[in-house]
Write a protein that binds this ligand. Structure first.
Ligand code: ADE
Length: 473
C-alpha cells in the first residue's frame, strides 16, 4: 500500500481537500494512506514559531530547519524514504513522473510556506524537487494535492476500471479527442455522424485524427515528439521481427528516444524506458556504438541489443551478459485457444507462492521479491490453478515482453504452459499490443512451445546485459 506523508503547516487543508475525492475514497478502502503531519507540532520554540528572517536580508520569512527536520524524522524514523519538496524551482511535474512515484511504497511531500525553507534541511532530507507549473502559489499544499491525485489514480484499484489509467493518450504524446454524450442534438449542434455509425474502426480513425489535429494546434511541442516517434516506428517496421521490442516500447509511449541515425535502410537507435531503467539499442558500427554508449543514462539497469560489437562496447563500460536469447513474436490478430481452464489474473494473495517459485527458478543472487510484487500490482501476471491451488504462472515484463513462465514439475507436459502463454497473448492482443518474448538460446522445449503457438522467430539473437554495480563485486 502506498503511504503519502504530507509535512505541512496546514494539515486540515490536505485532509479536507483530498478526503471527499476519489483519493479519499481509496484511502478509506485501504488502497493508500494519507498522513498529514503538522510541522508546527515539532517546533522547539516556546511560542510555536516555525519561521524567521532570512540571513542577508530580503522580503518575507523562511521556514526554519529544525521543525521540518524533526517532523521528517518522526515520519521516516531515519529510513530512506523518497521525499518530494514541492516548489516552483523544481522539475516540472509530468505523467511520467507520476508513474515513477506511483511505484514507491511510501512518499513524503514537504510543503513550503512563506518565502521557502532553510536550504540546509532541504539538503538533508529532500530527494526530489518538483513544481506543478511556472506560477507561484501561496504554499505547497495545493501542489502536493495535485501530485497526490495524479499519483494516487495510478495505484491499481483506485480507479474503477483497472486499465483505465494504464494506457492513456498522454503517454503517446497526443491529447484526448473530443467526446459527446446524449442527446444527439443540443442547441442545434449535432454529434459527429461517425460516432453514431457503430463502426469501431471508423470511430478509432476519426478519434486519432482529432487527437492529432488538437495536439498540433494546442501543443506543437508534444506533436513534434509524436511525429518523431511515428517516423522512427515506421523505419523500424521494415525489420519488424528484429525490432519489435523497440516498436512496442514506442507504441506504449514508454520510451524516450535518445539517439537516432538513419543510413539507407538501416537505423541506429537508443531508446530508454525511464520507468524501469531499460535501454534498447541498435548500432550501425563501432562508431555509432560508442556514441550510443556515451548516451546511456547513468541509472540504466539493463540493456537489450543484438550486435556483438555493441555488446562488447557495453561490457567494457561495466555491463555483464545476463543471457543470449532467441526472440519470438506473434504477428497475428486472432486470439489463441486456451485449453486449460483454471487461469486468472494474479492478486497479492498469490504473491508468496509466485515470488518463491520465481526466485527459485531465477537462481540469481539479486532476484528480489519487489519485481514480482510490482508485476502483480501492475495486473501483468496470470496464474494456473488446480482446484484453487496455484500450479504455475506467466507474466508480462515491465518493458513489455512476455515471460516469467513457470509450471510446477508434476504438471508439466500437459499443456498448462501453452495455455498460460495463450492466455497472456490474448490479454496483450486485447490491449492492442504485439506479443513478443525472449527464450534462452539452448532452451529447446520453450522454443518449441513458442513455435507451437504460432510465434515467429527473429533472424537475429539478442543479448540482455545487466549493469554491474560497484558493490556487486
Ligand atoms: N509552491 C508554490 N508554487 C508552487 C508550484 N508552482 N509548484 C509546486 N510547489 C509550489
Amino acid at each position: 500500500m502506498t503511504k503519502f506523508h504530507i509535512l505541512t503547516l496546514f494539515p486540515e487543508m490536505i485532509l479536507q481537500g483530498l478526503n471527499p475525492s476519489i483519493i479519499g475514497r481509496a484511502a478509506r478502502r485501504g488502497l493508500l494512506a494519507l498522513d498529514a503531519v503538522d510541522i508546527r507540532a515539532y517546533t522547539l520554540d516556546r511560542h510555536g514559531k516555525v519561521d524567521d528572517y532570512p540571513y542577508g536580508g530580503g522580503a518575507g520569512m523562511l521556514m526554519q530547519a529544525q521543525p521540518v527536520y524533526d517532523a521528517h524524522r518522526a515520519v521516516t524514523g531515519g529510513r530512506a524514504v523518497r521525499t518530494i519538496y514541492v516548489t516552483p524551482q523544481g522539475k516540472p511535474f509530468t505523467q511520467r513522473m507520476a508513474q515513477d512515484f506511483a511505484r514507491e511504497e511510501e512518499l513524503v511531500f514537504l510543503c513550503g510556506h512563506y518565502e521557502g525553507i532553510d536550504e540546509r534541511v532541504l539538503e538533508r532530507v529532500v530527494t526530489d524537487q518538483v513544481s506543478i507549473g511556472d506560477y507561484v502559489l501561496t504554499g505547497g499544499e495545493l501542489a502536493a494535492m495535485v501530485m497526490i491525485d495524479a499519483i494516487g489514480r495510478l495505484i491499481p484499484g483506485v480507479l474503477g476500471n483497472e486499465e483505465s489509467a494504464g494506457e492513456e493518450s498522454f503517454f503517446n504524446d497526443l491529447l484526448e479527442y473530443p467526446q459527446y454524450s446524449r442527446p444527439e442534438e443540443w442547441q442545434g449542434m449535432r454529434v459527429p455522424q461517425v460516432l453514431l455509425s457503430g463502426d469501431h474502426r471508423l470511430v478509432s480513425a476519426w478519434r486519432l485524427e482529432q487527437s492529432k489535429r488538437r495536439t498540433a494546434e494546442r501543443r506543437p511541442d508534444l506533436y513534434a515528439r509524436y511525429q518523431e516517434r511515428q517516423y522512427l516506428t515506421e523505419r523500424l517496421s521494415g525489420q519488424k521481427r528484429n525490432n519489435i521490442p523497440m516498436m512496442e516500447s514506442l507504441s506504449r509511449g514508454r520510451a524516450d528516444i535518445l539517439y537516432t541515425e538513419f543510413r539507407g535502410r538501416d537505423t541506429a537507435v537508443l531508446l530508454y524506458d525511464r520507468s524501469c531503467g531499460i535501454a534498447m539499442l541498435t548500432a550501425l558500427d563501432e562508431e555509432t556504438g560508442e556514441k550510443i554508449a556515451d548516451l546511456l543514462p547513468g541509472d540504466t539497469r539493463m540493456a537489450l541489443l543484438s550486435e556483438p560489437f555493441a555488446r562488447d562496447i557495453l561490457i567494457k563500460r561495466g555491463y555483464a551478459v545476463f543471457g543470449e536469447f532467441v526472440q519470438f513474436l506473434y504477428t497475428r490478430r486472432e486470439t489463441l485457444p486456451v485449453r486449460y481452464k483454471e487461469i486468472r489474473q494474479l492478486t497479492m494473495d498469490d504473491f508468496t507462492y509466485t515470488s518463491s517459485r520465481y526466485s527459485a527458478e531465477q537462481k540469481g543472487p539479486d532476484v528480489d521479491d519487489s519485481y514480482v510484487r510490482e508485476r502483480i500490482q501492475a495486473g501483468a501476471m496470470y496464474g494456473a490453478f488446480l482446484e484453487g491451488r496455484q500450479i504455475g504462472f506467466v507474466g508480462i515484463h515491465d518493458e513489455g515482453s512476455l515471460g516469467m513462465l513457470f509450471v510446477e514439475k508434476d504438471f508439466r507436459g500437459r499443456g498448462v504452459g501453452a495455455s498460460l502463454e495463450a492466455y497472456a497473448v490474448n490479454r496483450m492482443l486485447e490491449r492492442g499490443q504485439t506479443p513478443y518474448g525472449h527464450v534462452a538460446v539452448g532452451n529447446a522445449a520453450s522454443q518449441r512451445l513458442q513455435e507451437g503457438l504460432g510465434f515467429y522467430k527473429a533472424e537475429k539473437t539478442f543479448w540482455w546485459l545487466e549493469k554491474v554495480l560497484a558493490n556487486d563485486t
